[in-house]
Design a protein. Structure first.
Length: 618
């Protein structure tokens, strides 16, 4: 580079803080007119240089956002009725202040933060000698610091607050990256309760450990999960705990991708809201309205089918489940179609989500207290909608995604469907009802048939059903999602790919395959039916209680006619999230997790992004 340009650059770096102090309103430049430049990449570099020049991260961000908006026109730059808005900040959102290539002393002395949080395997963090000396002195007084999270007070740290969270057992080969999410969420919660609102999270001693490459991103996900509060509470303005205004991330040796984390949390927030909201506010019409609002102005097209006659014609099994709810208009069913068409698609995902907004069990009524929490039986459909929100944020160039969500209430009443009924499905199969409390597979069956019809004429399709379907899955796998593959999906390694992604992103699951016994369980017992929907009792009372529903869905949708050795094989994977959709498996009070959203996003959306937006921390 010529010396003249080097000198000009140095003059520019020196003049930035002087101009700022003098009251000049500077703005960042744009790389838009230059061919061959990835838009936004050089702007990210410029933000880092502004921080190096002496501005705080918030001041640098203002130069690229608020200052530019104010200078363009009066309709920009303020948040007020009638003004333009390109960014919505929700109460449950976490805002990240990124400081690429910023030294430790600059980070901890930044006035934007009012608490320091350190996650490290031991008190010798390696982040800074001053920090390690402080922790050693504290541990000499309180030895529990080496094994338990502690809030420490000292004026040398932001806001005079330091939360140290020891990452015990990091050397154990059976532990995984979820420990980072849990520690980060707990530590930020401690800081918030102490009065902080803008903590800086520092993650040390993790880089290079197998399975922890995404630790910084997973830490942010853990913070977002811990600080999320129910939609009902947010709407009423009654929050059980404070929420952060800003969270800084300092992660030596780890990559942090801000757009990726923001997209993930946007989807998970939507999924949590849909799954966790009470059954009247999120009855099928409310569920569909929330989806319509969530995707307004996005590249995802939303179509809602509400007409009862059309629903009965296209989705007869779904309407059988909804039959008793038709006497109450606010409980009427909806089918929500969410479509993203990539500019240059090389493959297409087809997703079906179960959104039973309340499950009484129907005629096979849930008794003995087992109905409590059944407003969360929409977790699968919520996860599908959340995944589509991530798709809308990232807009992949080569991946199209089509989703159908069946929003239905399984009510009890004189009009409810009953066991032994025989109903002709969309695909022509005669289905004998085995148990009305096995309604989820009926809600999804005709939707899956419709997507199968589309998939056979689509290049490289992959079909999925996602549902809080069986207690058997929760009993067998605990807090893990269950991926049940057909032979074609297994041959392509679809379940293994999603499981590997789930391990990396703290959204784990278990892979299993369909077996001949699964088809045998659904076999017809007479000439009156083509297949039976379920066993007459609970899923936990039968062998392979969460596998054979996938065989039923494959058969009723006609996917099994497109087997591995057919002219047009169709890969299909059923994902049962009955055990993973709620924290601690607590369906009534546990926070929704959005599972398997992160596993799917990591498997299908992350590879398309590359490292264009990644910022490496020192």
């Amino acid at each position: 580079m010529p010396q003249r340009r080097i000198d000009n650059f140095a003059i520019g770096m020196a003049s930035v803080p002087q101009l700022h102090k003098a009251g000049v309103m500077p703005v960042t430049g744009t790389d838009a007119p230059y061919p061959g430049v990835v838009l936004g990449e050089t702007l990210h570099r410029e933000l880092g240089l502004l921080v190096e020049a002496g501005l705080s991260p918030v001041e640098a961000i203002r130069m690229a956002t608020l200052n530019a908006a104010v200078l363009i026109a009066d309709e920009w730059g303020t948040i007020a009725p009638g003004q333009r808005a390109d960014l919505e900040l929700r109460e449950s959102a976490v805002i990240w202040a990124l400081q690429p290539e910023t030294a430790w002393h600059s980070a901890v002395s930044n006035s934007d933060y009012d608490a320091l949080i350190v996650l490290a395997p031991h008190i010798n963090t390696g982040l800074a000698a001053s920090l390690d000396a402080f922790l050693a002195a504290a541990a000499s007084v309180d030895q529990s610091l080496t094994s338990e999270q502690r809030l420490l007070q000292s004026a040398q740290w932001p806001g005079s607050r330091l939360v140290f969270a020891p990452l015990q057992g990091l050397d154990k080969d059976y532990l995984d990256v979820r420990m980072i999410a849990e520690a980060a969420g707990e530590a930020v919660t401690t800081a918030l309760r102490a009065g902080a609102r803008r903590p800086l999270l520092c993650l040390a001693g993790v880089a290079g450990r197998p399975g922890f490459a995404s630790a910084a991103q997973v830490a942010v996900a853990g913070i977002a999960q811990a600080t999320w509060q129910p939609l009902e509470a947010r709407s009423a303005g009654i929050l059980a705990a404070p929420i952060p205004e800003l969270v800084g991330i300092y992660a030596p040796g780890l990559y942090f991708d801000a757009p990726w984390s923001r997209a993930l949390e946007s989807g998970r927030c939507l999924a949590r809201d849909l799954a966790g909201t009470e059954p009247e506010a999120m009855a099928p019409p409310g569920f569909s309205d929330y989806c319509v609002a969530a995707f307004a102005g996005s590249p995802v097209e939303v179509t809602v089918t509400a007409d009862p006659d059309r629903l009965a014609e296209e989705y007869p099994l779904l309407m059988a489940v909804a039959r008793a709810s038709m006497t109450v208009q606010r409980h009427h069913p909806r089918v929500i179609r969410l479509s993203y068409r990539a500019p240059s698609p090389t493959r297409t995902l087809f997703l079906v989500g179960k959104a039973v907004t309340y499950d009484t069990g129907g005629a096979d009524l849930k008794v003995g207290g087992h109905m409590a929490g059944m407003s969360r039986d929409k977790g699968g459909g919520a996860a599908v909608a959340g995944f589509m929100r991530v798709v809308s944020e990232l807009a992949p160039q080569d991946l199209s995604v089509i989703a159908l969500v069946g929003a239905v209430r399984n009510s009890i009443g004189a009009e409810c469907f009953v066991a032994d009924e025989i109903i002709k499905a969309r695909g022509g199969k005669r289905v004998r009802i085995g148990n009305t409390d096995a309604e989820g597979r009926l809600v999804m069956a005709d939707l899956l048939t419709q997507l199968r019809e589309e998939a056979v004429t689509t290049a490289a399709p992959e079909l999925f059903t996602i549902a809080t379907l069986t207690g058997h899955a929760a009993l067998c796998h605990g807090p893990y999602s269950a991926y049940v593959e057909n032979p074609t999906a297994r041959s392509l390694g679809i379940g293994a790919k999603i499981a590997e992604s789930g391990d990396a992103w703290g959204d784990p699951g278990e892979v299993m395959r369909l077996r001949r016994e699964d088809w045998h369980q659904n076999r017809p017992r007479s000439s009156a039916e083509d297949l039976v929907s379920s066993n007459p009792g609970p899923s936990v009372g039968i062998k392979r209680g969460h596998q054979f529903p996938a065989a039923f869905l494959s058969t009723v949708a006609g996917i099994d006619e497109h087997g591995l050795y057919s002219e047009r094989p169709l890969p299909y994977c059923h994902i049962d999230v009955a055990g993973s959709a709620m924290e601690q498996g607590d369906w009534q009070f546990g926070k929704p997790t959005g599972a398997p959203l992160m596993a799917l996003a990591g498997a299908y959306l992350r590879p398309a992004l590359g490292a264009i937006y990644s910022c490496r921390f020192p």
